[in-house]
Design a protein around this ligand. Structure first.
Ligand SMILES: Nc1ncnc2c1ncn2[C@@H]1O[C@H](COP(=O)(O)OP(=O)(O)O)[C@@H](O)[C@H]1O
Ligand SMILES: [Mg+2]
Length: 395
């Protein structure tokens, strides 16, 4: 698919912007701070209902405005759709598809698809597990928009289970003298309610876990291949899931975190057992200590984990490989995503730049941003816009 027109109103620094786009490569060039990333961030928002830079919507609305609107005309084959999102921080966002407002924002997922490369990607390798979980879950949702609902169910169940744990901790610390009938009764009630929440968490968690594991086994060969093309001889790349039921002693992931063939039912049993095992510690600390929200994706180069061992250049190659693998995967599943390369060439040495450019040049639509045109390799010559002073002007 590709975007043929992008309209913004009160999004980030733009009071208004209208940008007509073609297939192939389009480059946005302009000094820093002029609004290049803001443009591609808007495209990314339509694809994921979130920004790659901030976790809330408020900064996306132009300072002083009440709401922002992002609208795109999208072409997939010979089909054209108009998608529109209105961002209302603090209130419900609204969506329209082909001018119909009988839709929810989540219904928009899947119309615009993107794979975004950004300077922040280095934290996929060097950052906390949360970065990698976010990477997995965003891709899980891009492959299957229905999973947006599962993810928010999981977050909701986790929040409720955590507040129950917290109140159990408080009750034990401060409520009633031990051994009094009321203290015993309330502790008993809490435990049986927790059992129910364990089951909810394990059920929704197992569904998310199954999707993550399936995704990782699909990505593994693609990431390895991408790495070999970016940095020949530097691999192989290893992707291993590290999760709660991963100790190999019962149903769940096997010891090296592969577990692609593990069924959701086995994952459920494993997760439930892990929750039961950590109950005592959780009752001490008042938070849920096992589950997909604590897991990690371990990235390896050869035998070594990348985090803490890989050089800066290797880390970059690995991060780019994950994005390239995401692109190949989505493309192989039928609807080619828009490739967005936000200011990445400036981060790379000449050789990585050239290899990356070659790998993305033939994409259906490639949006590139750069402060100076010299940073963008020749093979990515295409349409060009200048971004400065709040204006996006075709060259
Ligand atoms: N909500 C907002 N309202 C007004 N201006 C904003 C808002 N969010 C970001 N900006 C401005 O946008 C500019 C950054 O734009 P950005 O697209 O990141 O620049 P670049 O061209 O370097 O990629 C900054 O000057 C910032 O102050
Ligand atoms: Mg930028």
């Amino acid at each position: 698919m590709h975007v043929t027109h992008l309209s913004l109103a009160d999004f980030r620094s733009y009071e208004r912007a209208e940008v007509s786009l073609g297939p192939g490569v389009t480059t946005f060039v302009g000094p820093n701070g002029q609004g290049k990333t803001n443009l591609v961030e808007a495209v990314g928002y339509l694809a994921s209902l979130g920004s790659h830079r901030v976790s809330s919507d408020a900064p996306l609305v132009r300072m002083g405005a009440q709401r922002a609107v992002v609208r795109a005309l999208v072409r997939q084959g010979d089909r054209q759709q108009l998608v529109e999102l209105e961002l209302n921080p603090g209130k419900a966002n609204r969506a329209r598809i082909n001018r119909s407002s009988q839709v929810k924002p989540r219904d928009v997922l899947g119309i615009v698809r993107t794979v975004l490369f950004a300077p922040e990607d280095l934290s996929l390798v060097k950052g906390d597990p949360g970065e990698r979980r976010g990477f997995l879950d965003e891709l899980v949702t891009a492959r299957s928009p229905r999973m947006a609902g599962v993810r928010s169910d999981y977050d909701r169940v986790l929040k409720q289970r955590n507040s129950l744990l917290k109140s159990a901790v408080m009750a034990r610390r401060y409520g009633g003298r031990p051994g009094t009938p009321s203290a015993t009764k309330s502790a008993g009630a809490d435990t049986s309610t927790l059992d129910v929440w364990d089951e909810h968490l394990a059920r929704v968690g197992a569904e998310l876990l199954a999707r993550r594991l399936e995704l990782i086994s699909a990505l593994r060969p693609l990431a390895d291949k991408a790495y070999e093309r970016l940095a020949p001889g530097g691999g192989p790349v290893g992707l291993e899931y590290k999760g709660a039921p991963a100790d190999g002693s019962r149903g769940g992931l096997d010891a090296d975190g592969r577990g692609a063939a593990v069924s959701p039912a086995e994952l459920y049993d494993g997760l439930l057992a892990a929750l039961r095992d950590s109950r005592r510690a959780e009752m001490e600390r008042g938070v849920t200590l096992v589950g997909p929200h604590r897991d990690d994706l371990v990235l390896k180069l050869g035998e070594l984990p990348a985090k803490g061992y890989a050089s800066h250049g290797e880390s970059w190659s690995l991060a780019l490989s994950l994005r390239l693998a995401s692109y190949e995967l989505l493309k192989s599943e039928g609807n080619e995503p828009v490739l967005v390369l936000d200011d990445v060439f400036a981060e790379l040495d000449v050789q990585r730049r050239a290899r990356l450019a070659e790998l993305v040049a033939s994409g259906e639509q490639v949006l590139v941003t750069a402060a100076v045109p010299e940073d963008v390799p020749e093979v990515l010559a295409g349409a060009r816009f200048c971004v400065a002073g709040g204006e996006v002007v075709a060259e």
